[in-house]
Design a protein around this ligand. Structure first.
Ligand code: FES
Length: 107
């Protein structure tokens, strides 16, 4: 397996309390900033067809806008019903004015 860090957006595009959607090589992710750290997950909820970028971020928890399921943005863990599946989380980091997200690739 190899890993690639991809440039996904400007750091200033992610505000403290509002998730940001970004498209990276055909994959839609959501980016979050909590206490100065940046986190990334898939954007589509595992329960239905809602986008987490439209949800409500409180601390490290993103609440889905459709049925209020909550995920931990640090690791993608599903925290409550009606969720039954975690969401994919990706390592993210800020370098200078840009945000990079790591995608692992099967080789
Ligand atoms: Fe997200 Fe139902 S679509 S909790």
């Amino acid at each position: 397996m190899s890993e690639r860090w991809l440039d996904v957006c400007a750091a200033e595009d992610i505000s403290d309390d509002t998730p940001l959607a970004a498209a990276v090589e055909g994959k839609e992710i959501a980016l979050y900033r909590v206490d100065g750290a940046v986190y990334a997950t898939d954007n589509l909820c595992t329960h239905g067809s809602a986008r987490l970028c439209d949800g409500f971020l409180e601390g490290h928890e993103i609440e889905c806008p459709l049925h209020q399921g909550r995920f931990d943005v640090r690791n993608g863990r599903a925290l409550c019903a009606p969720l039954t599946a975690d969401i994919q989380a990706y390592p993210a980091r800020t370098e200078g004015e840009r945000v990079f997200v790591r995608f692992d690739i099967q080789t």
